[in-house]
Write a protein that binds this ligand. Structure first.
Ligand code: C2E
Ligand code: CA
Ligand code: CA
Ligand code: CA
Length: 280
């Protein structure tokens, strides 16, 4: 474009303001949503390839906006993280996941575990969110293996010392820690050992390259091999077809998650799926 730099600047400026306004709107709507019960946790099964059973599921938040319909977490979680509302949202997720896992343990299997996603912004030292987690499990009379947390590599890099300490405590208590979107971040791998990480989740961007791109295939294979050597379990996420599941099984992945097994669904629907599930 031949437009002057000045015009470009103006345009840029206006859209920044618009974005800011849009974000403010999301935040005020989200506060309403928390009050008005517009949020819901969906569940996606995590299939245990070794036992061919489902004894875990990931909780994924959905927002039923009264005017805008269903809003994807990608469109509000990052804004809530910036604003700090994520702390309240994170507590909502925890309390609801605990309520649901109690039902799953009654109706599905006594050892059932729900994975919840935890943002870096929830792990600020002053919030002590992780001790809250332990306390909530105790209050609900649940063992530490009822809830596992999923956290990204980037989250581990913010305020490392405190996060490392807290996660060590969680581990001591017996709460499993999974590294989400593994391979996408840029951190060193030393934390895998330092934190005695239990699980890594191979990012779906790699899984979706299986059989299509040889570098992507090699990455999946290498991650699985490395994890095996370090005694870490692997979840492959974003499995969309049988071939991908077969390849990942061959590579030694322990768990599979993706639309091929089931899409995230409401808790009741997830229970129905669980009861009708037959491994291939
Ligand atoms: P994530 O934790 O990496 O979750 C996996 C995402 O992949 C989910 O998107 C899931 O619906 C989607 N997915 C699962 N299987 C497949 C598949 O086979 N193919 C494809 N293309 N996608 C698949 P979703 O539910 O839209 O969530 C997006 C992200 O939002 C999550 O990514 C997570 O980072 C964040 N998120 C969701 N719920 C929460 C929450 O309760 N708290 C926090 N802090 N973040 C959340
Ligand atoms: Ca996740
Ligand atoms: Ca992920
Ligand atoms: Ca992600």
């Amino acid at each position: 474009a031949k437009s002057s730099g000045r015009n470009c600047y103006r345009f840029f400026h206006a859209s920044m303001l618009e974005k800011l306004e849009a974000k403010k709107l999301v935040i005020s709507d989200l506060r309403q949503a928390l009050k008005n019960d517009e949020l819901e946790l969906f569940y996606q099964p995590i299939y245990n390839i070794e036992t061919r059973k489902i004894d875990k599921a990931e909780a994924l938040i959905r927002w039923h906006h009264p005017a805008k319909g269903v809003i994807s977490p990608q469109d509000f979680i990052p804004i809530a993280e910036e604003n700090g509302l994520i702390v309240e949202l994170g507590n909502w997720v925890l309390q609801n996941a605990i309520a649901n896992v109690r039902v799953f343990r009654q109706n599905l299997c006594p050892e059932f575990c729900v994975n919840i996603n935890v943002s870096a912004a929830q792990l600020k030292p002053e919030d002590n969110w992780l001790s809250e987690l332990i306390l909530s499990l105790d209050t609900a009379n649940l063992g530490a293996n009822a809830i596992a947390i999923e956290i990204t590599e980037t989250a581990l890099m913010t305020d490392r010392k405190k996060v490392v300490e807290d996660l060590r405590l969680l581990k001591e208590k017996g709460v499993e820690i999974a590294i989400d979107d593994f391979g996408v971040g840029y951190s060193s791998l030393s934390y895998l050992q330092q934190l005695k990480i239990d699980i890594i989740k191979i990012d779906k961007s790699f899984v979706q390259q299986l059989g299509i791109d040889s570098a992507g295939t090699t990455l999946c294979k290498t991650i699985a091999q490395m994890a095996k050597n370090l005694n870490i379990k692997v979840v492959a996420e974003g499995i969309e077809d049988e071939i991908q599941l077969e390849m990942l099984t061959e590579f030694g992945c322990h768990f599979g998650q993706g639309y091929f097994i089931a899409k995230p669904a409401q808790a009741k629907k997830f229970e129905t799926f669980f009861h009708s599930f037959k491994p291939a």
